[in-house]
Design a protein around this ligand. Sequence first.
Ligand code: ADE
Ligand code: ZN
Length: 341
Amino acid sequence: MAQETTALDALIRNVPKAELHVHVEGTLEPELMFEFARRNSLELPYRTVEVARAAYSFGSLRSFLDLYYQGAAVLQEERDFYELTRAYLERANAQRVRHVELFFDPQIHTARGVPFEVVARGIGRALEDAQAEWGMTSRLIMCFLRDLGPEAALATLEEALPHAQELVAVGLDSAEVGHPPDDFEEVFRRARERGLLAVAHAGEEGPPEFVRQALDQLRARRIDHGVRALEDPDLVERLVRERVPLTVCPLSNVKLGVVSSLRAHPLRRMLELGLMVTVNSDDPAYFGGYITENFLAAQRALDLTREQILTLARNSYAAAFVDEGRRRQLEDELQAVASEF
Ligand code: ADE
Ligand code: ZN
């Protein structure tokens, strides 16, 4: 058993990964938060890094989001966005992430007077460097904060359109309950008309109906989280039939109380039902682990098999917004690793 676990650990650590659900603002480790606060002459509500970390205990999505927005307020200059993104990418590269689709929440920053361009340029330069240095490919996804409503989302889309070529998709995040995807039909339609794809957080705290709305009204190509879809067998059948990817984030779901424990997480059941699930980190600085830690913890808690680990990796390539050539490269890299571990 111990030996089997060790072999699976090695496979998990080495398998090439595509990370499809990670918020750049959620990668802000307390150490960097303190550095940016000092550099930008801002006060933090924590005295030390340890005190900040100890405050990361959430009973719900809302209580997490309040801290997440507060933390992101230290990001002011292009250099801050560059260094934040760079720090995430270095960790991701060390964990064999070969392709990343990064979310960012421009409204958190523009509401504080930080121009959209400053945010997009800082993140974008870090992504370019990662491709040049490590061959890590990437896409950028701009999310609308659903609790700010559809008018604010439309204004944000207008601001973003000059940068549309730097984005692959728009997404929908923040507090789900009370903010159904339906409300955002128009802004998503406009984004799609400008060539952007759509994804949406749905079925995290919200009901299965929100997953349906994300598919039908927003034309979402992937559902972020989607774990509550399991409450509706007809919806599950549709998600399987249409091969809709669900970007699942196990440690996040535990920390935010979406599931009571990792052992109670439906990831394995979702795989067994034939759903196209992937494993992701969501907000790793806040939830206690990056993508590899999510894989390792889920494997242990749910006794995932070698085949299931490989399926999760393959699903991430299949669900990525990349061309067939890049998908094949990722598959080839996986084959090489699978024959070694
Ligand atoms: N923004 C950052 N993380 C999020 C999550 N897990 N759900 C909704 N919005 C988010
Ligand atoms: Zn998320």
